[in-house]
Design a binder for this molecule. Structure first.
Ligand SMILES: Cc1cc2nc3c(=O)[nH]c(=O)nc-3n(C[C@H](O)[C@H](O)[C@H](O)COP(=O)(O)OP(=O)(O)OC[C@H]3O[C@@H](n4cnc5c(N)ncnc54)[C@H](O)[C@@H]3O)c2cc1C
Length: 508
């Protein structure tokens, strides 16, 4: 069962199995009738628009289930935002910039003496491109392996069962689908008054492809993407200032205590923060970009100069040119395609998954939905637990969480226990000379059931997987604490934080 409440489509609630008859649109002209017969033979069980994480995973899963499936992608490579300009390239730069920074600043005390350390940004970008192209080509291979037809072009609805495709290499074609899946993803939200040129005024797409390290960089938005990019360029030598409207970094999902601790660590690394600050206007000239700010509640004004300004104020669903108006599919006030609990739009054989609909804009959320949507088509059931989708910020140290944070529990009046364990008391973190951060559990006061887990610390993004599993299976802190964790590992901090929540930690 899906466990989130979504607006329900008002008409035609029942999904049809793949082979059931579907209502055919009426064709009146001779030309249209010809097309009808020309394409009917090619009707697929499933046509997917968008080959990002949502679309490509759905395509593979559908192929595995024996459906005939076409996936239309306009980018020229599969993998969408995540593989081409998101998760993967950003993590490549985060990993290698961290290594560079560590070699510069954190080797002597480890007994490693290095000579002249130089940044070769062109090579760092090449390493990123190698990872990206290896992975995107890997998906093409998986398409072939699972009999998925890959159509390179831009898809738009001609009618409820037909998608017209403007082919990347010229010309057009149409594909008909018994079922259609929209997985067109999202795009960076622009900042009013600042024109993106991806050189001086950039989105994350420009931020993963800068040709030189800017002397000064202003980041508008202290959410995860903004902070990851701030980390990369700060480590490589840029003087970075992050301007955030809210009173905390990391977005509202991040636990306030963790956000504060993470901000302190990032500040120590050299990033400057201006919280509770609103950007009022920006002006890009030949000598850089000026940003005017004022206190969020009004008052104190300031101007910030930078060589490059990164606009990282969030992402919005992308449905431009899709022709949804041709078939009466609705969007909400945020541009998200409206679906019911089985991902169906008002037209029940057209489903929507990933960033272009409700829920967190995360690759693994898109992936879960892809599998569930195909299961709804082929088996009439599917499962996504929206309460157990982890979030990770890949700074150093990483921040990761799953479930509810303290401010959310307080707002709901839920009584809870809190327990934490610092990495400074964990043997492996001490051995690694990497002791910043802590693991924090939130559990129901009466039952000890885990409500949320929040980590700032080394390897938090890997460690949170255990928390997700615990939450998914309704574990208590005691369940986690009674599970043996190998020694010496960072994961022992996880176990000890669980112990501290219902009893006492051993090593602290
Ligand atoms: C810098 C950055 C870092 C990120 N890091 C992470 C991370 O570490 N972890 C994480 O979980 N998430 C991360 N994300 C978010 C993640 O990339 C998205 O949540 C994920 O890509 C959503 O997948 P999707 O398939 O819904 O959409 P997308 O990946 O956006 O894919 C949609 C695809 O549809 C195509 N398309 C659109 N319209 C049409 C059309 N009409 N015809 C044909 N094709 C079309 C697009 O070209 C695109 O390739 C990051 C995002 C960014 C920008």
């Amino acid at each position: 069962m899906l466990s989130r409440a979504l607006p329900r489509a008002t008409t035609r609630q029942l999904s049809r199995p793949v082979n059931s008859s579907v209502s055919r649109p009426t064709f009146y002209t001779a030309e249209r009738a010809r097309r009808w017969y020309a394409t009917e033979a090619e009707e697929k069980d499933l046509v997917i628009i968008g080959g990002g994480v949502a679309g490509y995973v759905a395509a593979i899963k559908a192929g595995q289930a024996g459906l005939s499936v076409s996936c239309i992608e306009k980018r020229g490579s599969l993998g969408g935002t995540c593989l081409n300009v998101g998760c993967i390239p950003s993590k490549s730069l985060l990993n290698n910039s961290h290594l560079y920074h560590q070699i510069l600043h954190d080797t002597k005390n480890r007994g490693i003496e290095v000579g002249d350390v130089k940044l070769n940004l062109t090579q760092m970008m090449k390493a990123k491109e190698t990872s990206v192209s290896g992975l995107t080509k890997g998906i093409e291979f998986l398409f072939k392996k699972n009999n998925v037809e890959y159509i390179k072009g831009t898809g738009a609805f001609a009618d409820e069962h037909t998608v017209k495709v403007n082919l990347t290499e010229g010309g057009e074609t149409s594909v008909r689908g018994k079922n259609i899946l929209i997985a067109t993803g999202s795009e960076a939200t622009p900042f009013p008054g600042l024109t993106i040129d991806e050189e001086k005024v950039i989105t994350s797409t420009g931020a993963i492809a800068l040709k030189e390290v800017p002397k000064k960089m202003t980041v508008i938005g202290g959410g995860i993407i903004g902070l990851e990019m701030a980390s990369v360029w700060s480590r490589l030598g840029s003087e970075v200032t992050v301007v955030e409207y809210l009173g905390q970094i990391g977005g509202p999902g991040m636990d306030a205590e963790i956000a504060k601790m993470s901000q302190k660590i990032l500040t120590k690394q050299g990033i400057k923060f201006k919280l509770n600050t609103k950007v009022t206007s920006g002006d890009a000239g030949s000598d850089g970009v000026k940003i005017s700010t004022e206190a969020a509640k009004g008052g104190k004004e300031e101007t910030l100069d930078a060589d490059v300004v990164l606009v990282a104020i969030g992402r919005r669903p992308y449905t431009a040119g899709l022709g949804i108006e041709n078939i009466g599919i609705e969007t909400d006030d945020k541009g998200r395609l409206v679906i019911d609990q089985e991902f169906r739009t008002k037209v029940p054989h057209i489903r929507v998954i990933g960033d272009c609909t409700f829920g967190p804009m995360l690759a693994h959320k898109a992936e879960e939905e892809a599998v569930a949507a195909i299961e709804f088509i082929t088996k009439n059931y599917g499962h996504v637990n929206y309460n157990a989708i982890p979030s990770v910020m890949y700074t150093h140290p990483e921040v990761a969480w799953v479930g509810q944070n303290e401010q959310e529990l307080k707002a709901q009046g839920i009584k809870y226990n809190v327990g934490s364990f610092p990495f400074s008391a964990n043997s492996r973190a001490k051995t690694n000379l990497d002791t910043e951060g802590l693991v924090k559990f939130l559990a129901d006061k009466e039952t000890d059931r885990i409500l949320g887990i929040h980590i700032v610390g080394p390897n938090a993004g890997e460690m949170i997987a255990e928390g997700v599993l615990a939450l998914e299976y309704g574990a208590s802190c005691e369940d986690v604490a009674r599970t043996s964790h190998a020694h010496p590992t960072l994961a022992e901090a996880f176990k000890e934080a669980a112990m501290a929540t219902y009893g006492k930690a051993i090593h602290y």
